[in-house]
Design a protein around this ligand. Structure first.
Ligand code: RVP
Length: 501
């Protein structure tokens, strides 16, 4: 006879936290959101910790290098999507590792022979008026001059005038050495010489970076930023259970700090084969997360297979239709609670702590806090991050409102057949994800900042100054459907529903 779980599977919206005693030390400024990303032995420190408990989903519509840089600045980690060629994924990882805060790779590059007409077109396209003139017109060519809007007068010049005749030539430029100049020295040169932009070049006069005056305030050090021992941003990358023998060495060479097997269903031999191969061939020290699972048995299997962290969640993602399509999954809150118990039991037995990640289904900011209270060490979010400027998708305007595109890895658009691989043909026989729009929400920094301040505040209400303490002290209650109504504003007419005369 089939096995029946006794309790129904619940989700985050069905729970609330009940406050605990908070002392006068319990203030948001004293809360640490640091959390382990990878497994560690009792009494030792994890090799990688997050400064905030957030990771961005392994998805085409979410995690590219731009997202990874923005999130690492705030203390979290992105897993660059694996449903692309090995080369392009490795390039994204390289770009994150090479990124120097405030040091920009030029995106508007022209040749000495580029015409004024072409320059104006490029300016319209990128919105940038400062252009590097390089011998071959690339971002890393030999720097021969700079063109800014101060170098030309449209009313006095013809559109076929060439950059070489009106640019500021290299001989008149102030520039710096890319190898030896740090951000604060670059900023000093900008201020001392009243520049808007300082080009940084290598010993062969090839352009490496540009530093802009306007970026200065944005690039002051962020105290939560997540950096490695060489002060480079920490970045993760998704892998699959097919091409790991080629993909993993390329990602490691590019500098990926942590990998994660991206699969809709992790309780499978494919994952243990993949983990074993990676640890045997590339070293025990390579950090690889696995998943997804939704119960204690699945957790135990991946723990014994050597996973460095384990992702929890099947069918709860906002774009996911796995439950509707296949009748497989489990309410996200119940899955997290069950797996967290299994993790604690495993820790008591072996002295090895394997962090768990609640993946998918976060709708409101407070759901993240609930996921932590229920035992998650960190969360993975797709829809949440897809709404921000930094996600790789188009921003579109529909009926006067801005949206961003967001699609599942199991949709026909992503065609990520490896994620749903059951050892068969290389194709998706049916979709498990949808293609959608999400309301545009602005810059990542502002949104993450707000969500984290709510999280710190709730933790204080429960008397906790760290995630571990929060998990020990949290008291959770299921709520009835009637009391959910009580939780919102009710029995009042909101003023913004009246139009003003
Ligand atoms: P959400 O944050 O609710 O948007 O969920 C994101 C998660 O959904 C991902 O991290 C992944 O586990 C899952 N996903 C991604 N694609 C699909 C799909 O097409 N079904 N599901």
């Amino acid at each position: 006879m089939a096995y029946y779980f006794e309790e129904p599977a619940h989700t985050f919206g069905e729970y609330l936290l009940v406050p605990g005693y908070s002392s006068d030390k319990c203030i948001p400024a004293n809360v640490s959101l640091q959390t382990p990303l990878v497994k560690f032995k009792k009494g030792e420190e994890p090799k990688i910790k997050l400064n905030v408990p957030m990771t961005s989903a392994i998805m085409q519509a979410v995690s590219n290098d731009t997202m990874a840089i923005a999130l690492a600045k705030e203390g979290g980690v992105s897993f660059i999507f694996g449903s692309q060629s090995i080369e392009s994924q490795a390039e994204m990882v390289t770009r994150v590792k090479n990124y120097k805060s405030g040091f920009v790779n030029s995106d508007s590059n022209i040749k000495p022979t580029t015409t004024l007409g072409e320059i104006l077109e490029l300016k319209d396209k990128t919105g940038h008026s400062t252009m590097a003139v390089t011998d071959d017109g690339t971002a890393t060519g030999k720097l021969v001059g700079i063109v800014t809007s101060r170098d030309y007068r449209i009313t006095r010049m013809t559109l076929d005038a060439q950059a070489k005749d009106f640019m500021t030539p290299f001989a008149k430029l102030i520039y710096a050495d890319a190898e030896t100049t740090n951000l604060s020295q670059a900023n000093d040169m900008i201020w001392d010489n009243k520049l808007n932009m300082l080009p940084l070049i290598d010993k062969n006069q090839r352009l490496r970076y540009m530093v802009f005056r306007k970026d200065y305030t944005d690039n002051k050090e962020n105290k939560l930023e997540l950096i490695d021992c060489k002060k480079r941003y920490v970045v993760g990358a998704g892998i699959n259970t097919r091409d790991y023998a080629q993909r993993v060495p390329a990602l490691l060479k590019a500098g990926a700090d942590v990998l994660c097997i991206d699969s809709s269903e992790g309780f499978s031999e494919w994952q243990s084969i993949t983990l074993k191969y990676i640890h045997e061939n590339f070293g025990e020290d390579i950090k690889v997360g696995a998943g997804n699972v939704v119960d204690a048995e699945g957790f135990r299997f991946l723990a014994e297979a050597g996973a460095d962290f384990i992702k929890v969640g099947i069918g709860g993602g906002s774009i996911c239709i796995t439950r509707e399509t296949k009748g497989i999954g489990r309410g996200q809150a119940t899955a997290v609670i069950d797996v967290a118990r299994a993790r604690d039991e495993y820790f008591r037995e072996t002295g090895i702590y394997i962090p768990i990640c609640s993946d998918g289904g976060i709708v409101h900011d407070y759901h993240m806090t609930l996921a932590l209270a229920m035992g998650s060490d960190f969360m993975m979010l797709g829809r949440y991050f897809s709404r921000f400027d930094e996600s790789p998708t188009n921003k579109v305007r529909i009926n006067g409102t801005y949206y961003k595109e967001y699609w599942g890895e199991g949709s026909n658009r992503a065609r990520n057949w490896q994620r749903y691989d059951m050892g068969g043909d290389k194709k998706l026989s049916f979709e498990e994800g949808v293609d959608s729009y999400v309301p545009y929400a602005g810059p990542l920094k502002d949104n993450v900042g707000l969500a984290l301040s709510k999280m710190r505040s709730t933790m204080c209400n429960c008397g906790a100054l760290s995630i571990k303490e929060f998990q020990e002290k949290a008291k959770l209650t299921l709520v009835s459907s009637t009391s959910i109504v009580e939780g919102g504003s009710h029995d009042v007419i909101l003023k913004d529903q009246f139009s003003h005369e």
